[in-house]
Design a protein around this ligand. Structure first.
Ligand code: HXC
Length: 257
């Protein structure tokens, strides 16, 4: 069985990280497989939304694989960090929105993986944390930046410097997760959100993701220029005509793209 399982449900791809015996820890094999699968998804316009989750009851992903890292040289450790950053950037820059369905522990690289997704739905059993400090290291898959963006500097500092875990309710209060649901409703909730997004104009969905992402790491003038350009792309689409006509004719829109 592959370390990444992919199930297609109409326009939605559900990826499951499948190493339950080690709480889905991310080793090089998982990262390379994720890279491969994401590169295929990127080119596949029939996939409109992606959901990422972890196998088993206990963990989303409990971090980078410590038994692999313990053997790494300094150079290998650096390259491992860069590989993880590259794979998570692929998620962030994927044209399709990505939802993390966090079913349990999301620690270290696992929390970083969840943060690279566009939205996070958490089971009430989920726990989040960046415990790297307890191993004598720091987050290495983009977590120092993404956590700071999501929760602000003071809370990011506290989580990174203490390495302590927080539960799903605390994560929701911090803005780290969008919604907390009962464990048996997790995938259903993620799928409902995915289907809602999949029913929209995909030109507009992709433009919106790109505009929001670009806005994060740039100044307001550049962000506005980017937004206006993407707005123009949507405006030129058949879906724009359909969406506006449907509103005026008081009927649901039937988007083509
Ligand atoms: C390798 C791991 C692992 C990990 C768990 N396991 N997390 N193996 N890497 N990150 C393995 C355990 O060794 C164990 O294997 C099995 O999974 C079950 O875990 P237990 O510890 O027995 O479960 P439990 O007592 O319930 O504790 C759950 C836990 C704990 C609190 C999540 O496993 C834990 O603290 N894990 C490590 C979390 C962590 O530090 N993550 C950050 C890693 S650093 P056996 O063979 O004994 O059954 C990181 C850096 C990212 O992510 C950037 C890199 C560049």
């Amino acid at each position: 069985m592959s370390v990444i399982e992919m199930v297609r449900e109409e326009g939605i791809a559900i990826l499951t990280i499948n190493r339950a015996n080690v709480l889905n820890a991310l080793n090089t094999e998982v990262l390379l497989e994720l890279k491969k699968v994401l590169s295929q998804i990127k080119e596949d316009t029939s996939i409109k939304v992606v959901i990422i989750t972890g196998a088993g009851e206990k963990a989303f992903v409990a971090g980078a694989d410590i038994s692999e890292m313990v053997k790494q040289s300094v150079d290998e450790g650096y390259r491992y960090s860069r590989l993880g950053q590259e794979v998570l950037a692929l998620i962030e820059n994927l044209p399709q929105p990505v939802i993390a369905a966090v079913n349990g522990y999301a620690l270290g690289g696992g929390c970083e993986l969840a943060m690279a997704c566009d939205m996070r739905i958490a089971s009430e059993k989920a726990k989040f944390g960046l415990p790297e400090i307890n191993l004598g290291i720091i987050p290495g898959f983009g977590g120092t930046k993404r956590l700071t963006e999501l929760v602000g500097k003071a809370k990011a500092m506290e989580l990174i410097l203490t390495g302590e875990m927080i539960d799903a309710a605390q994560a929701e209060r911090l803005g780290l997760v969008n919604q907390v649901v009962k464990a048996d409703k997790l995938l259903e909730t993620a799928k409902t959100l995915a289907q809602k997004i999949a029913s929209k104009s995909q030109i507009a969905v992709r433009a919106a993701k790109l505009a929001v992402n670009k806005s994060l790491y740039t100044d307001i003038e550049t962000a506005n220029a980017c937004e206006a350009g993407l707005f123009g792309v949507c405006f030129a689409s058949e879906d724009r005509k359909e969406g506006m006509m449907a509103f005026l004719e008081k009927r649901p829109a039937k988007f083509k793209n």
